[in-house]
Design a protein around this ligand. Structure first.
Ligand code: 4AD
Ligand code: MG
Length: 480
């Protein structure tokens, strides 16, 4: 790993060390200077070859994209671009890359649009931007586990294939079983998909919450971190059909405790990447600033990426009830430029993303936790307040992202929960096991779901969610 090795050598101040590195050629100029990258860092390592003593055949094969092995000595660099470079003594080509074919791909050394890069998701991770984003995503995943493990939460793996719709939104992918070796055929010759593998209709999970609740009511505090699937047909920069969600669930914890946990958790993971991904964040910060300046029509962010991340660490999230938020929106002025009226006339209406962005970016200029939503616009499992019309729900809204967390205190009272399910036509037979938790030692408990890609979006400053997951799944798109 270039990064680790160089850091070690710089620290020991023992230059002229024998150095062995394998990686991919990013550029080759003047038949002499190779920029080599092994994926461990945003910084390429300059490898200087003695072309007079390198065979013609080898020189021809040092092409952008090729995998090579280099042995040589690490030296202080003459150039101003880098501190160290390798003077090559031995170079081997491990895997060729034909320049005529490379030219047709996004590996060709010119600026490609993010849309173009998406078409070649299998290669885009070799670019600086995606290398940085994917390294950061990996570190963030680690920080998620580190946080909960340090706090003695248990990691629970909830099922991917489920028989229930946790959110009751009806946006699920159906799972069908098929014997590929021996497909049974219908009379017309078409394949007969067997629906009876599980003996009931099944789908890909939209959330592991209900199963996690059963674990919280036994192990105390648990979390999930896994893929979830939603068949919502929304082509936006914040929605994926397959995304990763982190769902902690805590027994004997009310909504206030839930808000504290969510805020503390988000701050911890952001702090972790600020401390452990400096190089990549500096690169992404520069990219963020140039992108924002290159598009003056977009609303410019007042802060750069690093300032935004530090702002989140240094400030309390504003906690505001839905009813207070509606009052603020009622008294707001319409946005003439965007021709959008922020005013909400009616208590009870769901907030659109423009409303959320107004509250976060214009009014509070801070992350916001909205709580106590109208029961009618939220899921069946949320705890009903004494007013009989609001529930103990919370959404955390972030600048540039909108909703990053959705959570609640759960309805722990069996009779109230049953009544709510009846009202929404959710059959008790379907959730008998969930209802059991309310029969045997029920207690106050709460949890939330954080969309991992939205967090990665925030931490990297990438504007489209498709650019923070290795292989995005969106409507009409599952190429890879
Ligand atoms: O608000 P949601 O739907 O909440 C739940 O699923 C609860 N069961 C969570 C819980 O309380 N355990 O989703 C939670 C979060 C959202 O705030 C958002 O960040 C993310 O998941 N999310 C999506 N991210 C990407 N693409 C989508 N289609 C998403 N839908 C939700
Ligand atoms: Mg939500």
């Amino acid at each position: 790993m270039i990064q680790a090795k160089i850091a070690e050598i710089l620290e020991s101040d023992q230059f002229l060390q024998e150095f062995h590195i394998r990686g991919w050629v990013r550029s080759f100029r003047s038949n002499r200077f190779i920029a080599l990258n092994d994926g461990s860092t945003i910084n390429n390592l300059q490898c200087v070859i003695d072309f007079e003593n390198t065979s013609e055949e080898t020189l021809k094969r040092i092409n952008v994209g090729a995998a090579i092995s280099v042995k040589g000595t690490l030296q202080e660099s003459q150039g101003s671009q880098q501190r160290v470079e390798v003077e090559v003594q031995e170079l081997k080509i491990l895997g060729d890359a034909n320049p005529d074919e490379v030219k047709l791909t996004i590996l060709s050394p010119k600026k490609h649009s993010l849309e173009k890069l998406r078409e070649q998701a299998h290669l885009r991770v070799r670019t600086n931007t995606f290398g940085a984003v994917m390294r950061l995503r990996s570190k963030l995943s680690f920080a998620v586990h580190k946080y909960f493990q340090e706090k003695n939460f248990y990691y629970v793996n909830t099922p991917i294939i489920t028989g229930s719709d946790a959110e009751g939104a009806g946006e699920m992918f159906k799972v069908t079983a098929m014997d590929l070796k021996n497909p049974s055929k219908n009379e017309d010759g078409s394949i007969n998909y067997k629906d009876d593998f599980f003996g009931k209709e099944t789908n890909l999970t939209v959330s592991g919450q209900l199963e996690a609740e059963t674990f919280a009511l036994a192990l105390g505090q648990v979390y999930t971190f896994g893929p979830t699937f939603r068949a919502e047909n929304s082509n936006t920069s914040r929605h994926l059909a397959e995304f990763w969600m982190i769902e902690p669930e805590v027994a004997f914890c009310d909504l206030d405790g839930n808000m504290d946990l969510a805020e503390d958790f988000i701050k911890y993971v952001i702090k972790y990447v600020l401390e452990n991904c400096q190089e990549d964040l500096e690169f992404l910060n520069k990219r963020f600033v140039t992108e924002n300046n290159a598009k003056p029509k977009l609303e410019r962010s007042e802060m750069d990426l690093l300032e935004k991340l530090n702002f989140v660490l240094d400030n309390n999230f504003k906690r505001v009830s839905y009813t207070e938020a509606i009052e603020i929106l009622k008294n707001s002025k319409p946005n003439k430029k965007k021709k959008f009226n922020y005013i909400i006339e009616e208590w009870g209406a769901d907030l659109q993303s423009e409303h959320e962005r107004f509250l976060v970016e214009k009014h509070f200029k801070s992350p916001v936790i909205l709580f106590d939503y109208p029961a009618k616009i939220k899921a069946f499992y949320m705890r009903l307040n004494e007013d009989g019309k609001t529930v103990r729900a919370m959404d955390i809204l972030f600048p540039g992202i909108g909703e990053i967390v959705g959570g609640s205190q759960r309805e722990e009272r069996l009779d109230v929960l049953k009544e709510k399910m009846q009202e929404l036509n959710i059959p008790e037979e379907e959730l008998w096991w969930y209802l059991d938790t309310r029969k045997f030692g029920t207690c106050v408990h709460s949890g939330f779901g954080l969309g991992f890609e939205r967090l990665v979006q925030f931490a990297t400053g990438m504007s489209n969610i498709r650019d923070v997951i290795p292989f995005p799944r969106t409507p009409q798109n599952a190429e890879f």
